[in-house]
Design a protein around this ligand. Sequence first.
Ligand code: P61
Length: 462
Amino acid sequence: MAKLKKRSWAEPFKIKVVEPIKMTTQEFREKAIEEAGYNTFLLRSEDVYIDLLTDSGTSAMSDYQWAGMMMGDEAYAGSKNFYHLEAAIHKYYGYKHLIPTHQGRGAEHILSQIMIKPGDVIPGNMYFTTTRHHQELAGGIFADIIVDEAHDPESTYKFKGNVDLNKLSNIIKEYGAEKVSYISLEGNVNMAGGQPFSMKNLKELYELCSKNNIPIMLDATRIIENSYFIKTREEGYADLSIEEILMEICSYTDGATMSSKKDHLVNIGGFLALNDDHLAQKARELLVVFEGLQTYGGIAGRDMEAMARGIEEAVQYDHMKARIGQVEYLGEKLLEIGVPIVKPIGSHAIYLDAKKFLPHIPQDQYPAQALAAAIYEDSGVRTMERGIVSAGRDKKTGNHYFPKLELVRLTIPRRVYTQAHMDVTAESIEAVFENRDSIKGLKMVYEPESLRFFQARFEKLT
Ligand code: P61
């Protein structure tokens, strides 16, 4: 018998329930996207074939999680599911206080309000839309301290999520340490392509921040995926479990905001975690005003149970290997075809480089927005713009930010699609790539004041 050259990975689960999806015609899709103002956020989900808009809240839950949903204790106060979730946060993340919120931005709101004074600066390893928005609403100024490699889609640097400590030192010199509310440190940096930071970089950051008395607040949304990359990419970590790496990361931080809709394999939920007693007290005071009581904060008991169980599953090596393996599978197919994507392949999505894909469309004609619309027209695959529309406008000058990265994100929900879905997606991208010269730029005809990408409307330029 011939020897196998390669041993493939496969999903560590089998499928028990299926949800049918609708097949549509090109003509139908051209009309649907026009009606949606060429904004994939405005499409109806039932008109989408393969939904790669986001990995947020779109995961498939396990039978263990669904069983937990039946165990929801929906008491207004003191739900037992809260205590299960609290125990899971202590066990896997190690933080002292759990402040549950309806989703990640609820936690960002509270953290920003309790820690940022007007005029403060919040250095971060690249911006995230909702995170920066809450920092600005609290009167803060975001400062980008990510390494330069993160802004270069071609750079194959393994830890593009790293903080550039020189950039941070300069900010401390310029503003004074007392003006730095905290460091906003994101795991597997979303806007950079799902790129991790290394433990070495975090330890150096911790040292610098300890000297200057600056707290580090982790955006833990995809920190378990970051832990997997530390295990597989960083020297000295191969023999540690994801659990051990996760705990070590958190030990260098003072708290975290979390959108459980990603790593935790649930459809809704999030939290703020803190170690400081006084800050936690302040956070709970705001929690009851904006989210809900301290033992549910906007999440149903059953959803807290699904979160607690999801955390247990998310730290499993086999789960992560298959999850990230599937993203790599799609990315490698696109690289084979010669489609320009952000390198290295990240954890939760493939990012098309729209500047290279559509060099004939200037950035102020929204090339990534136009590309996302063209992909939907071709196959019904829904993707997301992550470029100039997402970046928004500079609050002071009113001008567009012109981000170096003009990307379309193909985000893979966890445990939802098969390898065949990835093949169909790659084939659609290939077809669009072959016809790229025919794609036209867009004009923005409706622009909301904040987080404009969610609801903006466009028309095709002729
Ligand atoms: C996403 F187009 N992400 O990736 P919430 N931090 C980080 C996130 O990725 C994140 C949140 C905080 C989404 C949903 C989304 O511009 C957008 O639970 C690293 O969504 O409130 C969310 O967590 C916020 C899509 C959010 C967007 C903002 O698809």
